[in-house]
Design a protein around this ligand. Structure first.
Ligand code: PEP
Ligand code: MN
Length: 262
């Protein structure tokens, strides 16, 4: 179902009027983790003013250490819904367990994180919903494996899948991951599904986000996902890769120029 050979036309995923794919470009922005009402609504207003089309924020966080902040969980989703009401931005948040699905009723796009890309039971459960799914590439997964995971969701009848390249693990530790930028044209060749790039997790460094976001826009990605925090130095997760709202304004400005030029 994901194969371009059998479906030559680009899929446009429609998130309550916000379109992505087939020429529609979308910018998903927000903090790694929802931390408080003031934080998420403040960031939502700033990213919307800058031109973001969707708000992201983690409520259930897949942290490497069990002692690290695990997210605000159901309360975090409630705050995202408040931010949606305050700004009109559709909300994107990660699911880690299908038992949590009832909490995602008002979530517009359900994210499957890199660590769950091959959690096939979770993918099958999401295939039974009709919500758009943002499927992130696993830390060490091939593009074919990513597409097979999309297939798990689509096989259940949910064809609203957005793919996300978020960097892969290589021998190079200078960046958090290595952004596989050629995944964008490769996926566009292999599949009709929209492809977004996450330069925040790919690089792990706020100072590299601007150039990698531009690279994504230049190579034909259908969107980008960027972490933005009001106070990156004190963020409860992923501070070093998070942009301030002012820095995000600058990235949006540059993205507009790159998109106009290509
Ligand atoms: C995230 O988007 O905050 C996240 C945990 O990303 P990934 O699954 O790509 O590491
Ligand atoms: Mn993060």
């Amino acid at each position: 179902k994901a194969n371009r050979l059998f479906h030559p036309k680009d899929t446009v995923v429609d998130v309550h009027g916000t379109k992505i794919g087939g020429g529609y470009f979308s910018v998903i922005a927000g903090p790694c983790s929802v931390e408080s009402e003031e934080q998420i609504i403040g960031i939502a207003k700033r990213v919307k003013a800058a031109g973001a089309t969707m708000l992201r924020g983690g409520a259930f966080k897949p942290r490497t250490s069990p002692y690290a902040f695990q997210g605000m969980k159901a309360d975090g989703i409630e705050l995202l819904v408040k931010a949606k009401k305050a700004t009109g931005l559709p909300i994107v948040t990660e699911i880690m367990n299908e038992n949590h699905l009832p909490l995602f009723e008002e979530v517009d796009v359900i994210q499957v994180g890199a660590r769950n890309m091959q959690n096939f039971e979770l993918l099958k459960a999401l295939g039974k919903t009709r919500k758009p799914i943002l499927l992130k590439r696993g830390l060490a997964n091939t593009l074919k494996e990513l597409l097979m995971s999309a297939e798990y969701i689509m096989a259940g009848g949910n064809e609203n899948v957005i793919l996300c390249e978020r960097g892969i693990r290589t021998f190079e530790p200078y960046t958090r991951n290595t952004l596989d930028i050629s995944a964008v044209p490769a996926l566009h060749e292999l599949t009709h599904l929209p492809v977004v790039v996450d330069p925040s997790h790919a690089t792990g460094k706020a100072s590299f986000v601007d150039s990698m976001a531009s690279a994504a826009a230049a190579c034909g990605a259908d969107g980008i996902m960027i972490e933005v925090h009001n106070d990156p130095a004190h963020a409860l997760s992923d501070g070093p890769q998070s942009l301030t709202p002012d820095q995000f304004d600058g990235v949006m400005e540059k993205i507009r120029r790159v998109r106009a030029a290509v």
